[in-house]
Structure formats: structure tokens, C-alpha cells
Design a protein around this ligand. Sequence first.
Ligand code: GAP
Length: 513
Amino acid sequence: MANQDDQFKKVISHAKEYGYVFQSSEIYDGLSAVYDYAQNGAELKKNIRDYWWKAMVQMHDNIVGIDTAIFMHPTTWKASGHVDAFSDPLIDNKDSKKRYRADVLVEDYCLKIEAKIEKEVKKAEKRFGDSFNKAEFIATNPRVLGYQEKIDTILSRLGKSLEAEDLADVKALIEELEIACPLSGSRNWTDVKQFNLMFGTKLGASAETAMDLYLRPETAQGIFVNFLNVQKTGRMKIPFGIAQTGKAFRNEIVARQFIFRMREFEQMEMQFFIKPGTQKKWFEHWKETRMKWHLSLGMGEDNYRFHDHEKLAHYADAATDIEFKFPFGFKELEGIHSRTDFDLKAHEEHSGKKLQYFDHEENKSYTPYVLETSIGLDRMFLAVFSNALMEEELENNTTRTVLKLPAVLAPVKAAVFPLVKKDGLPEVAKEIIEDLKWDFNVFYDEKDAVGKRYRRQDANGTPFCITVDHQTLEDKTVTIRHRDTMEQSRVAISELKDIIKKEVDVKEWLMKM
Ligand code: GAP
């Protein structure tokens, strides 16, 4: 655990030092669980959003993208169930006066057991060396099986109690597991209570006539209320999807873990409208498709797993999370939900407008079912960033900090350096920049020794460094250095564009899906 904490602290400080993420309003001591994306962070975030949009919208003939408003008519949230059912179970520690999410306290307890499993695996790995079979060990080792059974029993009970709204049992579970407040160390807990997560605001000039509004807690409802508009104007035939990316807001009580859980965050969601009765097939389809998208980025198959929900949201008949191994353990990165016809039916009822689809093949109207994929852009950012940050031991007994971002997502694709600040080398380097910047985000640097400049770009995640030297003046060649291998080669300036494109082109990456 200490190691995980250290690694996570490094991630947070690196994100600040290299211009990726700043705390919001830092000069006023910040605002809890609200963050700003800095010059490199904004580029990385945009590249992740584009990578999602291209795979989801541009590459699917039957999926279109929209961009709906954050403010929606307040009845939307009554219909969607968020007014009545969008809440977290909270518990207060009477000694520290600190408030916690009861389910997170239990999940954190389970994470500690999971850490024990990992410890056993690491020990065995050392003992057995090359002959070690991890899968077999996990499936047969009695101690590991015991730990896993304990986790499963706890989570299953938690799921059932939450499902049945049995908050007294959630408290009983916390007491039985002897979970203590991390701050005060005491087990002096209040009862568990539900707390609505939506932010309220007002629309209108005077207090008497102002209308109560909510900041949207998910982007999905903007898609549901526009379902028929898009279907008709786009002449869409079922099955078809509507996608969008945008801000969502939740008054999270357990606001920690950096950009993992924020009060203002961005979602990338897609609602896929299907014929009732086909939801199982499409659930499997989107599980597979979304996992392939993740794996296309090459961040390691072992870092992902599915986690089926025990407790289903008020709208779902099946749900799974794609979990990622963050520095603090496996946690939800994306949700895939079979939402039935809950939302469209509810909007029909509350608006009095028909939201049905006429199926020409079947010659009848029906309310479509919906399969949803929903990923947090900020969480994806954290997954990509934390997975990329590493310290590498080099042959000369030094270490380097390197941010091995997937090249397709890296904010800056290439840095161009003149070896020295004279003899016409800066001019040639700037000419190269002027040419490359039409195609890629590139960066010019002439300060410090070249070795130092390499290190800076390694830590920044830049896949290529290009150095202009005296030989360049004679034969129009430069040195190109690869971030991950640190290999250098001499290439013609005219080849640079193709070399970079091959490594950073979205098509090359998405073709791996
Ligand atoms: N429309 C369905 C929906 O909103 P969700 O599981 O509540 O489902 C989907 O959220 C995704 O949004 C999550 O998997 C997560 O990546 C992201 N997300 C949710 N709450 C978040 C928060 N407070 N901060 C950052 N990301 C969040």
C-alpha cells in the first residue's frame, strides 16, 4: 500500500510539474475535487476525446454525435429518476466528524484484502521463478482462495443490502468488519443515510419567478430527450447510436484520488437504440468492442478486468464496469449498461410526447431498448497518465523519468533542437518546426545541453526528439531519437513527416482493435 501511495503521489506531482493538471483556483488554496487541465493536459485530454470520437462516431455508419446543453428542463431529472434515486449512502464518524461513503469504506476494506493476494502472488513469483503460472496459482492456492472468498462474500452482501435499500445492514457490515475511521481511528459511526448528488441552481432574474434547475449529473439524458429528433432528421434505422462528450456535475462526498472522482468532470457516452429482446446480444457486443478500444492503446491486458454489478442502477437490467488498475488498485473506468426502455418510457410519461420508433420491417411502433457505454474522460486521462509514468534504470547506473504515453495521445509529438545556438542551426530547426506544425503539435527547444533536453521531453511524454547539427547543413539529415527505446538514427529531413505519422496516426492505432 505504501508503494501504491508513493506512486500515486508521484503521478500527482508530475502532472503539476509538467503542465498537465493544476488544482482549480490554487492561489486561493484550491477547491476540493475540482481541477484545471494545463497546457499539456488540455492536449492529452483532447487527444483522448478525439480517439474515442473517431472510434465511436466516425468509424460507425450507424452512430452520430451530438452536443446538448448542460441545463435541461427540471422535469428531465424527475423522469430520469435522479431526483428520487440518485444518491450515495453516507455515514459520519462521530469523533472525527468526517463523512464517508459507506460503500466506499467497505470497498476499501476489500482492496486491502486484494493487496494481500497480490503480496502472495509476488512471493510465489519470486519462489518459482520462470516456471510460475499466475493463473493456476490464483485458482488453487488455499490462502488466496480464502482471501478471494472473503472479498466475494463481503461485496455480495454489500450489493444485496444496497439493492434492498437496507441501510441498517450496511452499517452492521461496517461494524462487523470493524472498519475504523481513517482519521480518528474510532468505530463510533452514525446510521447510514442517503444523500442526493445533484447540484441545484436557479434560472431567472427574480427570486419569486426563478426556476429551480440542476446541473446535469450525466450527459445521457440530453441524448434521450433528443432521440426522436435525431432519428427523424438523420433518418436513422434501428439499431443506431447517438454519442456525445461533455461536462457532468456531481456533489461527490468522497472527493479524493485526484481526478478520479471530481465534482465537475467530463463524460463520453453513447446510447445505442435497439429492438426490445436483443439487449443481451448487444450487451456482449459493446462489452467486447469497448474492451478492444482500450486494448488498442497497448496499456497492458492485465490492467483491465470486467466487474459485473450486483447492485443495478434504477434504470438497468444488466451492467458491468471495465475496471482499470489505477495506482490505488482496480477501479471503475467505464460503465456498460443495459438501460431497457426505462428512460424513453419515463420521458414519454412526463412530457406527454410519444418517443416511439416505427419499424418498417415489422410494420409496428415500439419503444426501443437502450445499451449504453459511458466512460469518464478524466478517469481515462488518469489511467493513461498514471500507467505511462515510470522511472527507468539506465545502463550507466542513472535513472530517467519517462512518460510513456501512447504516441497517438501524446500532447507534443516531436521536439526539435539545434545542437548549439549558433552557426545557423537554430534557423534550420525552426524551418523544420514550421513544416511539421501543419501536421503535428511540435515544440522547439534550444536551452541547456542536448542530454538535458532529451530528459525533459522524456518526462513530458514526447515520442520523438529531432536534433539538428553541423552535418545537417551539409547533407540535410538530422538525428531522430525515440522516447521509449532511446535509439537514435540519422534520417533525411524529408523523411521526418512519414516517420512521425507512422507512430502517431490514429488509424494505425485503431486498426489494432
Ligand atoms: N450515464 C450513465 C452514467 O453516468 P456512471 O457509472 O454514473 O454512469 C459513467 O458514470 C462514468 O463516468 C464512470 O464510469 C466514470 O468513468 C465517470 N464518472 C462518474 N462519476 C465521476 C466523477 N465524480 N468524477 C470523474 N468521473 C466520473
